[in-house]
Ligand binder design. Structure first.
Ligand SMILES: [Zn+2]
Length: 116
């Protein structure tokens, strides 16, 4: 993945959405194996697990959203949520930080993991 600055919540949302589509796709593939009940049930269960996992991810986003800090983006003026020390604006992907030490530094998601 390229070093594109995208809001973490948006990234996780995309991931959850992809999971739903994978689940539907897997179930859809199962329809082609109607003649084999074993393959069909396996694909149906797999697809169901994917969709279940995605609702789990959505729940996780909900939990995390309670921990985010809502700020007004200095670039586009919209309110956005920051998760961790650095994050990107949900609307314009402007890199944002809550840590004054990191201000002006190049955007790097590594700052989220590093604890000085
Ligand atoms: Zn913005």
């Amino acid at each position: 993945m390229a070093a594109k600055t995208t809001s973490k919540i948006n990234k996780i949302r995309t991931f959850a959405l992809v999971l739903v589509f994978v689940g539907i796709l897997v179930m859809y593939i199962g329809i082609f194996f109607r003649t084999s009940p074993v393959i069909m049930s396996v694909t149906m269960i797999l697809g169901f697990i994917f969709i279940l996992a995605s609702s789990g991810v959505y729940f996780w986003i909900g939990m995390m959203s309670t921990k985010t800090v809502t700020v007004q983006c200095p670039n586009c003026g919209k309110t956005t949520k920051i998760l961790g020390r650095v994050d990107a604006c949900m609307s314009c992907n402007e890199p944002l930080t809550l840590d004054a030490e990191l201000e002006g530094k190049e955007f790097d998601l590594k700052y989220n993991r590093k604890k000085s």
